[in-house]
Design a protein around this ligand. Structure first.
Ligand SMILES: [Fe+2]
Length: 204
């Protein structure tokens, strides 16, 4: 008897690299932090800076150039299957040092969200992975307590796992549907991890 395996409801996410002057981006992020007090959203840890929304960017700023490139990339993704013009709703800077992390969350009201990595500690493995989470009702699928232990030597498939983790790289852009639950593990190093996050919606 042949038994076929089907998979339900795959969730997309997209990654690419955007090559910009990282030193300029870094300087602009630190300058913004020096002028703008941080806020608390999903970020936790005393060494976690989440900026207020970045507005009124200097036309010559590298962050503005980054925003344009992100919008171009998201538009290309969107136009593969949908009509409508996209716009970036808001964006903010994240600077996390030791212990800084982001709780699992979603971005209500947006269509696409994402993050661009500007600086990653040399010790990448302990810099804090970006994590996508299954819905809580699905987690029993990956629970050995519920489902039984995995066989020795079995290579786990994405469908066996409760999270999908991405080790961030400098210049990496990650875009995902805003309703997908995601978070960031704690930075366990003594170096800053710097990124810019954003939301995108359909223009009215
Ligand atoms: Fe987020």
């Amino acid at each position: 008897m042949e038994v076929k395996t089907g998979y339900l409801f795959a969730k997309p996410y997209w990654t690419t690299a955007i090559d910009l002057n990282i030193n300029d981006l870094k300087e602009e992020c630190y300058e913004f932090r020096s002028k703008n007090k941080g806020i608390i959203k999903s970020n936790r840890g005393k060494n976690s800076y989440h900026s207020p929304d970045i507005n009124n960017l200097d036309k010559k700023s590298t962050i503005r150039l980054l925003m344009l490139k992100i919008l171009t990339c998201a538009t290309a993704i969107h136009k593969n299957s949908r009509k409508g013009t996209l716009e970036i709703t808001n964006a903010w800077i994240n600077i996390n040092n030791k212990g800084g992390f982001n709780l699992p969350h979603t971005h209500a009201g947006a269509v696409y969200s994402g993050v661009y990595y500007i600086k990653i500690p040399i010790d990448k493995i302990n810099a804090g992975n970006f994590c996508f989470y299954r819905e809580f009702s699905e987690t029993h699928l990956s629970s050995e307590a519920c489902m039984g232990n995995f066989k020795d030597g079995y290579n786990q498939l994405p469908s066996d796992c409760s999270t999908t983790q991405i080790v961030p790289q400098e210049k990496m852009l990650i875009i995902f549907p805003s309703w997908v639950t995601h978070g960031v593990e704690a930075n366990q190093t003594n170096e800053d991890r710097i990124s810019i996050s954003f939301n995108i919606r359909i223009q009215n």
